[in-house]
Every structure is written in C-alpha cells, then in structure tokens.
Design a binder for this molecule. Structure first.
Ligand SMILES: [Zn+2]
Length: 261
C-alpha cells in the first residue's frame, strides 16, 4: 500500500481492520469529536485496532498532541454507534471521527492540554478543507447519541474551536434564577423547546412532554453550548442560547448547499 495517511500533518499509522465502505458511497460531511475514556492513549489505540473489539476511528490525538491515523478517511470507521443527526442514522457513513485521549467522566475527567487542542484544531482544519465540511457540522459524540454518551464533554473548548472556524458556537446567555423545565413538565413551551432541538439536529420528538430523552438531549446541548451548568434543566439561559444558535446559523455565510435543498 502507498502511504495510507490522509493528512498532510505529521502523523503515525497504526492499521485497524475495523472498517468498510461508506454506505452508497456517501461522502463525509460531519466531523465527530470523541474522548477515549481510557487510561492511556496507547491502550485506546490497541482497542481501536482490535478486531474483537469491533470499534475503530480515523484518528486519535494523545495528550502531547501526537496524531495517529488508523482508518483511511474514505472508509466508514466504527466510532458513532447507534446515533442520529438531522434525519440521518448512519453517522459512521456520514462522518470522520477523531478520538481525543482523555480518561473521561468516569476517571476524574482531566482538562484537555493546550498542546492537544492545538493538534485537534490543526487536524480539523485539514480535514474540513479537504472534504468541504461546513463549520456547523463539527459536533460531539454526545450530540448524536445523547442517551448513551457524554463525550467529549463540557471541558472541551468549543469556543476556541469556533474562533478557529471549526464548529458552530455562540456566547451562552447568562444563567438566571428561573426554575426552568424538567422531567414531568409538559405543554406548548416544552413542545417549542423540543422543536428547536429537533430543528438543530437532535433526535427529539415533539410530544410536548419533557421526557428523560428530552432531559438527556438538553444535557448534551449544555455540554456543547452552555458548559457553565450541565443539569438537563431547560432554563432560560439554555433556551435562549439555543435560539441564538439558530439565528446565527440562519445568518451564517457558511450555510452549506444541502441546507437549502
Ligand atoms: Zn465517543
């Protein structure tokens, strides 16, 4: 095989056999961020290359900012699992995945080092340019699987990424003292919230009942867009941040072709 590494950045190659063609030749237009949730980057790489584990990812970035590629970008890697975004359920076929080494919520959830985030930014820009992935299609695993996943989590610096042209983000609205909506609440306002979440991309039905699913989706939204408090309660700060995101997206110059059609 010729050099299998897709990125022009310095990267190591560790082959994983856990991949297949993308469904119907789908070109990736989502960049999906993860954390590994394992003790070390090396253990995570071994697992992502282990045939018996049945998981994989295109890239892993360790705490020192070293990049390892395991699956070529043209192929469907197995990192998203059962997931949903904007009407699509085969997120593995639609995306390129980056695993960021971090022990995760189960083991103290350390900060992402600056040098690691530098590499995340450089690699994201490189991938986005080559595949024409729009900024707002850079999202987290918890966004596409909010009932199962919490990575990359509320310490992931989406604001810095946005300033670099990666990912959609607005300054979150300040937290007030309102009670907000939670599990058990129902009515038109809950339905309006659910509609906004659904229209943004989340797998949210519009029952008007604040279910556990709604709570988990609001939690995922907060991990990404209102990181100051992650509690699954839709307070005014959360709702108004979501509205602001929608408004910014409509006016965004980076609006992709698929959005109109
Ligand atoms: Zn993940």
């Amino acid at each position: 095989m010729n050099n299998p590494i897709d990125t022009t950045l310095k990267a190591d190659w560790r082959a994983s056999e856990n991949y297949q063609p993308r469904k119907d030749g789908r070109k990736p237009d989502i960049l999906l961020m993860h954390y590994t949730g394992m003790e070390t980057a090396e253990w995570a790489i071994r697992r992502l290359c282990d045939v018996d584990a049945g998981v994989s990812c295109h890239y892993l970035i360790d705490e020192q900012g070293n990049i390892t590629q395991m699956v070529q970008e043209q192929y469907r890697a197995w990192h998203a699992g059962k997931s949903y975004w904007h009407g699509e359920t085969d997120i593995n076929s639609a995306s390129i995945g980056i695993e960021i080494a971090n022990q995760g919520h189960g083991k103290g959830y350390p900060d992402f080092p600056g040098i690691q985030m530098d590499a995340v930014i450089a690699l994201s820009k490189d991938i986005m340019q080559r595949w024409h992935i729009p900024a707002h299609r850079v999202i987290g695993h918890s966004d596409v699987a909010p009932r199962r996943k919490s990575d990359p989590g509320e310490k992931f610096d989406w604001q810095r990424l946005h300033l670099e042209g990666i990912g959609h983000w607005v300054e979150p609205e300040p937290i007030g003292s309102d009670r907000g909506f939670g599990v058990g609440d129902e009515g038109e306002e809950v339905k309006a919230l659910q509609t906004l979440l659904r229209d943004y991309g989340y797998n949210q039905g519009m029952s008007g009942k604040y279910s556990k699913t709604t709570r988990d989706i609001v939690t995922a939204f907060q991990r990404h867009f209102r990181q100051q408090r992650v509690d699954g309660i839709a307070d005014l700060s959360t709702i108004n941040t979501l509205k602001k995101l929608h408004a910014a997206l409509v006016h965004s110059a980076s609006k992709p072709n698929w959005f109109a059609g």
